[in-house]
Design a binder for this molecule. Sequence first.
Ligand code: TTP
Ligand code: MG
Length: 353
Amino acid sequence: MRKIIHIDMDAFFASVEQLDNPSLVGKPIAIGSPGPRGVLSTASYEARKFGVKSAMSSVVAAKKCPDLIFVPPHFERYKEISLQIREIFSRYTDIIEPLSLDEAFLDVTYNKIGMPSATIIAQSIKNDIKNELGLIASAGVSYNKFLAKIASDQDKPNGLFIIPPKEAEDFLLHLPVRKFFGVGKVTAEKFIELGIVSGQDLRSLSLEFLINHFGKSGQFFYNVCRGIDDRPVESQRERKSVAFENTFERDIFEVTSFHRGVTEAVEGLWRRYQRVGKTAKTLQLKVKFIDFKSISRSLTQLHGFTSKNEIETIAFQLTQQVFPLRQPVRLIGLQLANFMDETPKEVQLTMEL
Ligand code: TTP
Ligand code: MG
């Protein structure tokens, strides 16, 4: 039986800003621009009480929380702290798989301090992060990645949640499927359509049914709702790309809907890109048609993509290359790849004041 820890920092960007500017401590703050097109990266827990959260438009956020303080992001600083957090992890194990700047899986089955309890290690990591960096992390502990990831989210902020093997089954039966790691918006909607709400509902379905409805992910869902996930924590794995795909409920054919789809994909991609902490040089547009055939167009710029506007401009240039459409489209995807080796340039949110 393995011992896996998932660590996820609390309100990461916002907490770093509060750390660096004590006048923001205890206040509702949001990372992003207050302008009409601004979208929040995240918000402090003080702001979340008002319903303010990641990916919310700044205008909506300001309505929910009139005292909200907008703070521009400092990506270089988040990256620096992220490396310091990884140094702390490396005191306990070398099997570390970072998922983004603020979260990582650790396999501590065999660890550097010879500690048999993964819970004590998780507590110790949380203490190190608090004492040395002044930041709060939440931790999840279990026997596989899927459960550890869900566990770290259970008790936020400042959480430490353990799912022991004998409790996993019961825990999963009561878990809403939208909390299952790997369930995006489209899958969640599909689950709802099929009347699948809880882990228990999912468990009542046959492998055949799941594969028919969810393709390759069917096998994954079949396993994880039974607490089975054998994926190793991969320390060597380096992120090669970041992507966002938009599948449409109705196939689209005309330019306006296509453009709307691209704009949404840019928004989604930018949200993910900000968390990666690297600068990519290549943007690729993928279009999948109703016959499931796809085409892609890409563009490489040597100085890399550092703003949402830039991604949007190039995405629309690539869009021109796929028109006229030969048949209706069911999916639009955007991907950034070809990361720069050197320290990334400061990625900046376009300030729309
Ligand atoms: P998260 O771990 O999802 O969020 P969080 O750390 O702010 O809050 P918590 O974990 O306590 O719920 O993401 C980590 C950072 O990634 C977050 O601080 C900002 C950035 N981010 C975005 O820029 N856009 C997004 O949509 C999300 C979800 C995160
Ligand atoms: Mg976090």
